[in-house]
Design a protein. Structure first.
Length: 162
């Protein structure tokens, strides 16, 4: 079991709490977590981050291929389960179409396939107009949590040196 990080975890970290210029330890912690097999993301998220043309894109491009792996056969099979569930929930057709074309869909499928925990800033919503990751995770019994819950659970420490 590993943590699978949503794009918003990386983007919000860069823009707010863990900027590269003042909290490089966060980014080192992510790389160490990947090295220890505790966390990663998916190729679709890596592609999304890489398209930004900024410091985060450079960081994402600098990670090993395994940090943002492509979908394998198990993920492709799980994607069918995710799409079937989404189609049965009464979401508006535009919401379904959008969800099935974005990284969120593949993130949940990868988590379902590998019994991983999704890490996202998204929160559940009863709206039929936008499909949120936590709603799909609840429906498919996929574990999910916020980045802060992950950091606490993993006892991350960003301590200043001497």
């Amino acid at each position: 079991m590993a943590y699978l990080l949503d794009a918003n975890v990386f983007i919000q970290a860069k823009n707010l709490q863990y900027g590269f210029d003042f909290c490089p330890a966060f980014w080192d912690w992510l790389a160490q977590g990947y090295g220890a097999g505790r966390l990663r993301s998916i190729r679709h998220i890596g592609d999304e981050l890489g398209a930004g043309g900024d410091e985060l894109a450079a960081w994402a491009d600098g990670q090993e291929d395994g940090f943002f792996p492509p979908p394998d056969a198990a993920v492709l099979a799980a994607a069918q389960q995710v799409s079937a569930w989404v189609l049965q929930q009464g979401y508006e057709p535009a919401a379904v179409s959008t969800f099935l074309q974005v990284a969120d869909f593949w993130l949940v499928a990868a988590a379902l396939a590998g019994q991983h925990t999704v890490v996202t800033h998204e929160v559940a919503s009863p709206s039929a107009k936008k499909i949120k990751i936590p709603n799909v995770c609840v429906g498919l019994q996929v574990a999910f949590m916020s980045p802060y819950q992950m950091l606490r659970k993993e006892q991350a420490r960003f301590i200043l040196g001497a």
